[in-house]
Write a protein that binds this ligand. Structure first.
Ligand code: 2P0
Length: 353
């Protein structure tokens, strides 16, 4: 007999996040377990976020996904791990109006179609995997009626991309590295909601829309294999710095927050420089990167924190009252030009400058 056709959908949205204490280096590549804790600020979803719709229907004969309208392969381990882990936790779903009843064991045989969009240019090389995997896991959990807390969901998103686990929460978030070999305690926790320090403003200065030469995954693998400095950072520096950062956030101590954000960015860059692969980054981008870093460093006296992602783009963090000055400086430092697409996003006040 032909199965009665129906379709059930769920939609979710997740923002990306900016690390102020950096994740760089894995102790387990398959499970994505980091060598140290990290702390981040989640951005306003109106600016840098992924929106994902997942649909399930008995007529679907395999799992498929489209990213920004283009079909992508789900065959990689990261997607497969997320899908498998979420299916394990799926619950019963009933939609009386549509006459749909899905028992939790049915999810093993039902396939999903996933459509995801980023509301920022993917080509800009911004941390799209963080928003993307967080949103994928969150939305699948919604569709499949997964009755777990965000901590558990964060440990699944982590298996898609490390930084994604931090995007399950808004505000200030810590990813605890955990001790367990299974990764069950390597989860994200919210340190404080966005409202705790709502006048903090983050500007993402998109310095270059060029793709990174080396992916973060490859880059951090090379760092683990070749950098003696990484071990010192993970064991002797980050544990104390994480405690100080938590205290700075708790006390709204922007001077400490900014100082630690900058020095941790510098040490992240230092372990990259201490890595064999980095020669690419240095020789192709040195001049520009150093110039930008110098400009940005001077701003510390204006109480502005800078931090780079794994590419060239900078995040500038400041209390709200400083934002006008900050934005104008950013405009001087990153003039728009055909090779140099400027796009600055301000979070907190819902406007793009
Ligand atoms: C972070 N970054 O803490 C650090 C700082 C980039 C610079 O997490 O291999 O895409 O998928 O776990 O999460 C980027 O790395 O790497 C990153 P995988 P991911 O935000």
């Amino acid at each position: 007999a032909k199965t009665k056709s129906w379709i059930l959908m769920a939609t979710g949205r997740s923002p990306t996040n900016i690390a102020v204490i950096k994740y760089w280096g894995k102790r387990d590549e398959a499970l994505i377990l980091p060598v140290n804790d990290s702390i981040s600020v989640t951005l306003d979803p109106d600016h840098l976020s992924a929106t994902t719709t997942v649909a399930v229907s008995p007529t679907f004969d395999c799992d498929r996904m489209w990213l920004n309208g283009k079909e992508i392969s789900l065959s990689g381990d990261r997607f497969q791990n997320c899908l498998r882990e979420i299916r394990k936790l799926a619950g019963d779903v009933e939609d009386e109006k549509k006459g749909i009843r899905i028992r939790k064991e049915d999810w093993q045989n039902l396939h999903v179609h996933i459509a995801s969009y980023n509301n920022f240019p993917t080509a800009a090389g911004l941390a799209s995997s963080a928003a993307g995997f967080a949103c994928l896991v969150f939305t699948l959990a919604k569709l499949m009626n997964v009755n777990e807390d965000h901590g558990k969901l964060s440990s699944i998103a982590r298996q898609g991309s490390g930084s994604a686990c931090r995007s399950l929460y808004g505000g200030f978030v810590k990813w605890t590295m955990g001790n367990d070999a299974s990764g069950s305690d390597s989860i994200a926790v919210q340190l404080a909601p966005e409202s705790h320090w709502s006048d903090l403003v983050i500007i993402i200065a998109v310095v270059s829309s060029k793709q990174k030469e080396t992916s973060s995954t490859t880059g951090m693998r090379d760092t683990v294999e070749t950098s003696p400095l990484l071990q010192h950072r993970a064991q002797c520096v980050v544990p104390a710095r994480v405690l100080l950062m938590e205290e700075a956030i708790r006390n709204h101590d922007f001077a400490s927050f900014a100082r630690m954000t900058c020095v941790d960015n510098n040490q992240f860059r230092a372990v990259c420089l201490d890595t064999t692969w980095t020669w690419q980054l240095i020789f192709l981008n040195t001049t520009r990167q150093i110039a930008e870093a110098c400009f940005l460093m001077k701003w510390i006296i204006f109480e502005v924190a800078y931090t780079f992602d794994a590419g060239l783009n900078a995040a500038l963090i400041s209390p709200n009252r400083k934002v006008a000055g900050l934005a104008s400086k950013a405009a001087i430092c990153f003039p728009p030009s055909p090779e140099n697409d400027l796009a600055s996003y301000v979070t907190g006040d819902k406007s793009i400058i």
